[in-house]
Design a protein. Structure first.
Length: 136
């Protein structure tokens, strides 16, 4: 991304807002001072989470992953929390920005689930919010 000419304010700080979709390296270049050191920005993806009861103790967990192109084909894992420890329950691959993971449970109870995708060469790791779900 290239920004045009800018005038440095009296504070000596020049602020810009960047919203890159993938991991990015930034630097500043000045005609009088040359180039600055680079700064690496890791862009983490976002994952939503929803649950649908398909039958007795049968559920499908779905999510939308953004930016979609950066995670296409990547494995997303479904976890539940045992105390504060994540335990993997299933997995599925991102297709067109969506993931669906069907799970059959052996027992009933109240669990907290989340979806997670590991970092890749384009983006940092992605994680959904926690989703409390009663399995019955």
């Amino acid at each position: 991304m290239v920004r045009g000419d800018a005038v440095l304010p009296a504070s000596g700080w020049l602020d810009y807002t960047f919203r890159p979709a993938t991991n990015t390296r930034l630097y500043a270049l000045s005609a009088t001072c040359g180039a600055s050191d680079t700064a690496t920005i890791t862009v983490h993806g976002l994952v939503s989470i929803a649950a649908h009861r398909d039958g007795v103790r049968a559920y499908t967990f779905t999510g939308a992953v953004t930016p979609a192109a950066a995670y296409e084909g990547q494995l997303v894992k479904l976890f539940f929390l045992r105390g504060s420890t994540p335990v993997q329950k299933g997995s599925g691959r991102v297709h067109a920005g969506k993931v669906a993971i069907a799970v059959q449970f052996q027992g009933s109870g109240r669990f907290t689930f989340f979806l997670g995708a590991p970092a890749n060469s384009n983006n940092g790791a992605a994680r959904s919010t926690n989703r409390p779900t009663v399995i019955s």
